[in-house]
Every structure is written in C-alpha cells, then in structure tokens.
Design a protein around this ligand. Sequence first.
Ligand code: XIL
Length: 342
Amino acid sequence: GRTLGDLAARHDLAIGTAVDPAALTDPRYRSIASTEFTSVTAENAMKWEVTEPVRGTYDWSAAERFMAFAERNDQKVRGHVLVWNNQLPAWLTEGVASGAIDRAELRGILKKHVQDTVRHFKGRVWQWDVVNEAVTDSYDAVDGRIGYKGFWAEQLGPGYVADAFRWAREADPKALLFYNDYNIDAFGDGGPLDKTAFVYRMVKRLRENGVPIDGVGSQAHLSTRYGNYSAFQIADTLERFAGLGVATALTEVDVRNLLPAEATSDALNPLLQAQAFDYSALLTGCLTSRHCISYTVWGFDDNHSWTNTWDFGSGPGREALAAIYDTGYQPKPAYRALQADL
Ligand code: XIL
C-alpha cells in the first residue's frame, strides 16, 4: 500500500515524525520510521544538553546517527532546537546561577552555540527551529498577560529572539528558520491572554524589522479532552500566519487520551475515534492552507510517545497514548484517518 509520505507528496506536503536514534535498533520501529515518513526531527539528539555536555566539547554522535538514518532514507530534516529554555547543559545553567558566567559572556556563548550547530549541519537541514517556546501560556501568564518567559528572556531580554534568527541565517543562508511553540492552534479574543495573537504580533514585528524568520511552527500537542479544533480553525490560523509572509508547519502533532484508553486499534473505541478526529482536523487544516509545508507527528507509536512519561497533570487523571500506532505497532484509527485525508 501507499505510505502516508507517498500520499502527501502528491500535495507537496512532507509528513514527518520525531525519531529517537536509540529506538532504531528495533526493526519494527525502524521499518515504519523509514517508510511512512518523508521528513524527520530528532526528538532529543540535537538539544544543547546532548550536543555540548561539557563546555567546549561537542558530542554530535547521537545527532549524526539520526542524520545518517534520514540521509539513507532520503528524508528531509527539521533541525530541533537551537534556543530553548529546557534541556540546557548543566555547565551553562550552573555557571549563570553561580555568577561564573555574566550576561555579556552568556550572549557570546549563545551565539557560538547557534552558529556552531547550524554550521555543523549546514546544507543538511531543511527547517531549523531557531527559537522554541519563548512565551508564557495563559495558565502561567504573569500579571494577567502573555509575555516572554524563562532563562533566556530573564538573562538577555527578549532581543535574544531576533539575535538568534540573525545568527542562524549567517551560518546557513539556505535553511528555513522557524519560530516554534505550542497552544497557538487557534486565535482567541486578541486580548492579553491570547497566546496565538501574542506570537502573531511578535512574528509581525520581527518581519517588519527585517529579522530573517521564514516560518512559524505550531507544535499541536493536543488532548481529546480539550482543543478539538475544526479543520477550518486550523486552516484559518495557519493562513493568518502565512499572511505575514512566512511558511507554516505542524511540528509536533500528538493527541493524548485520558487513561484508561485501550491500547488497541479497535475502531469501535470512541476515544480512539476522538483522537483520530483531532489528527484529521490538523491535517485537513494544513492541507487547506497551502502555505503549510510539513505535518510532523511527535513520535509515531505508543511505545515511544513522550506523553507516557511526561506529567500532564493539569486535571484529574493521566493523559497518554497519543500516537497513531499502538504499542504493538498496529495502525490506530488516527493513522487511517490521516491516510483517508491524503
Ligand atoms: C520532549 C521529548 O519528547 C522528551 O523525550 C524529552 O524528555 C522532553 O522533550 N516541545 C518540544 C519538544 O519542543 O522538544 C519536547 O520534546 C516536547 C515539547
């Protein structure tokens, strides 16, 4: 049969997955990862804590195993991630906390990290997530308004966002440079707690100031308990971003279910149907907005979904099993929904 990647190619759309290079030793994982997808993202292997565990000593080994896999399978690579508040090396956060690294030095360290990383993979990366998750959500907003959050904004001020894009462009002028975030699937009321509107205004300003940003990535980590956007809403959001002159992508799609949800592919399980509905709305929204260039799932099987171990504790009960294949690598209704949409 034709794979998701084959079907999507007819629409000029890349279908991607996050890949854990350690899992590639499992032939079932490897086989699906290499055949169904035309794009891949390293789930963790390119993050700073992995690539520079000791200051000044790079370890590209996991990232290179990932790149070799992508190249062997002719898959486009989404580079993930250059500037993020999470998964930073301890030498960096501890150095700043102890005062051993001051602000001026920190800015130089960030520039070197961005440029060394982008140069290392120069010509091999299609899209880079240059800045990831830079702003608060409605639930962690300070003083009732969305704003910049975390380590980098606190240390360097929000200007680091524009700097990072300029540094990345210098290092690889051909890579598409993305801002990436979650909970930007739909516009709200445009008020101080509307995260999508905040990101929209940020990207608009960056473009007006000539900052080299080429794309907006919407992670699209959803749950069947909330969100439940229509394809129209998704398309509308993506089109409004595209109106700023940028491409868009759905970069980390997954849809959690409240447990217990049977880890089966039983088409009669209503939770699996609800999950399929959300996967499908996102894909149809992306296809409808012709500036949406890739649709990437954040892991494709329920053995490796990060949602199984991450604490989604924002309400009663645990949410997990967010992928399109079950723990036995059988396609779930969500897989078949994507196939039907393409
Ligand atoms: C997650 C990985 O999937 C986990 O394995 C890791 O422990 C934490 O990070 N947004 C992002 C991704 O941009 O990098 C995150 O990936 C998920 C949320």
